[in-house]
Design a protein around this ligand. Sequence first.
Ligand code: ADP
Ligand code: MG
Length: 846
Amino acid sequence: MILNKPITYISGISSQRAALLYTELGIKKCNDLLNFFPFRYIDKTQFYAIKELQPNSSEVQIVGKITHIKSVAQKRGSRLVATFQDATGTMELVWFRGQKWIKDSLKVNEPYVVYGKLNHYNGSFSIPHPEMELVTEYKKKLQSKMQPVYPSTEKLTNAGVSNKLIRNYIQKLLQQVYDSLQETLSKEIIDDFKLISKRDAYLNVHFPKSQESLAKAQNRLKFEELFFIQLQLLRKKLINKTKIKGFVFENVGPIFNEFYSNQLPFDLTNAQKRVLKEIRKDVASGAHMNRLLQGDVGSGKTIVALLSMLLAIDNGFQATIMAPTEILANQHYIAVSELLQGMDIKVDILTGSVRTKKRREIHANLEDGTLHILIGTHALLEDKVKFKNLGIAIIDEQHRFGVAQRSKLWGKGGPSQSSQREGAELRNRYETARPSVYKLMKELQLERKKKTTEAEQILWEQLKTKKLDSKFRRQHIVDEFIVDFICIEKNLIIEVDGKYHTTKEQQEADDLRTKILQELGFKVIRFTNEEVIGNIENTISKISQELKNNSESSLPLGGLGWAPPHILVMTATPIPRTLAMSVYGDLDISVIDELPPGRKEVKTVHRFDSNRLSVFKFMKDEIAKGRQVYIVYPLIQESESMDYKDLMDGFESVSREFPLPKYQISIVHGKMKPADKEHEMQRFVKHETQIMVATTVIEVGVNVPNASVMIIESSERFGLSQLHQLRGRVGRGADQSYCILLSSFKLSEEAKTRLKTMVETTDGFKIAEVDLKLRGPGNLMGTQQSGVLNLKIADVVKDSKILVSARNTAIALLQEDSNLSKPENAMIKATYLAISRSSKIWSEIS
Ligand code: ADP
Ligand code: MG
């Protein structure tokens, strides 16, 4: 098939040019070129009347006559201006260069077709340097069509690769492949959605005859693109559900029931009940739960988490909650301990500031199973933390964690259960859970393959000699990996990491690689270049030690030392539905879309800095009523010291306005030690202070119901989701709460929209939708690494309707034919497999 050949196959593309197209645009194979789509079109099918012109029209084509030509003096030299007129109005054509020649060639009072970019100035329109053709000439030629404009780069333009050239290449290619282009969707789907054929879609997206045929072509290609992504995601989900075994919590036992009937301080909301039901179904199913729980701040996720943990405990398992900050971990600990008061359940907390002695105690209690629930920060991930039998891991506020850490929790499961897993399933799991790290891991793999380092050479010389009594192989393929060295009999892999494995992300990627290899049943030892080169004897002796320890039976190939705990990820950052479909399309998603009863909506206003005095006055009134107030300052990493100064200046002016001893003020910011932060927080929690001046460190999870005023300084500098999170800190008690957004006068359009949205709504999902529209999917929390950014033609925001139908179609298809084995789905299957294959590393290597 020509499409799999490199683009040099197309006549006129030299290898030099091909290399340039690859580095600049990522185009390597003919198929890449075919799927390189125009980003806009020059529409020469339409003619405009002058009266119809709009200030925002870009390129326009008009038929009319020149009535008058004059030279107009300007600052430097002059310009040539022609008055151009049709039956509906008058405009100007303007030239700055080649005036003499142009003036001589222009014909007055003859009909012309002019084309060019429209300028709008002082209420009148003009086209500078238009393309012009006499209507008599224009009629003689074949009608020109819509012209595609492709993305390009400066380098390409400088190297003479023009838009026209690209168009020619694509034309040549299409001529060659058009007849052999295969349909990829089933007849049923094509009929259902009235799609045009694949080959016509390609033809018309590159060389559309009209706006209408272009729209049809785009619709077909967008549908196809989204459909196959959904099919991949949904099949992954299906495989996870059917193949990865999970612990079964079959009993809803005495602990859960006792808590539910005696300890629960309120009735669950319907949304909480529904979500709990979803979770219970998951954990009883025998499959591994991998669920995302979305719920706005204050929607009551904690209680759902706790009830899920009680289910685990009822079935003899342990449970854990990991929070992103110490403050938040503490709050969870306090909340959970209070809720469980009087029950025979042991809860503890592990954070970075827990002392060694206490730490040891926790480790011991975890391992012998006396500790039921452990709450903590990333300190939970340390190797020393080993559970006896972890049944469920709950991760709060997921976007704060590197995905790497999430998967580390997977590794903390209990004793072996009879679960078998294949590499493909592991890949699926990791690829979705940790896309960025996964991608980097793959890149490093390529690096590994390309370069043989000196250290590897030295080590190989030693391993080859069989001094170690075990046969090693080099650059051996294990599942999808090429490992540096392997001793197959002993399931031992040795890897040497080059000096480029130094950044945190790279180390995360290496850890992921190790993790997957371990899950596949191998022991993995890593050395750095320096270790090997510096002390080869030591390296060899370590390996030999490992060989002795590693008896074959202890780690059967392909087996697992443990089963993964169920995973529940909780996030307060709502993700719009269409985006969630694309980003988490293979996960199960639960949504708490209802706030507990009796909450008053937070009243939100926007005020300019000049109104600060009245804001202070308002604060005083609220404080006099016994309320507490937050004042938050931005903290943006790039200008941390400046922000720090703003914060300190602000603190000073607030201190002046609210003097001791009448007023007490807490201050919390990122530069403080955790213990000091905690101390200041606690003073506020205990109502010893009335005002909390802070940077965004308080964004996550702080719960002080008596605090009813949130003042956000320089609010124009915050993103929408952050503003929403911050506002969520108030409105937790019975009193009316307020959020005051302070800003300067100078506001960008985007900032205005953000502030307006905050004032208008408190619905997190609505806010997320606006955020998505403003910033595009690439900038939303937690979606950065997702494949939605690599879409070639579709756009998850603009094409959300197509996305929904593509997903529903994929769901229906898998329900009927989960293995795509029916003959009528053969072409779908072929494409599906081709896509799956190409997303693996093999195609790159071999
Ligand atoms: P979040 O989803 O932000 O983590 P929390 O779990 O911290 O929310 O709950 C916020 C507050 O609402 C807590 O004080 C909690 O006790 C309370 N709460 C949760 N569920 C309910 C409910 N069904 N009825 C009344 N109050 C509730
Ligand atoms: Mg919470």
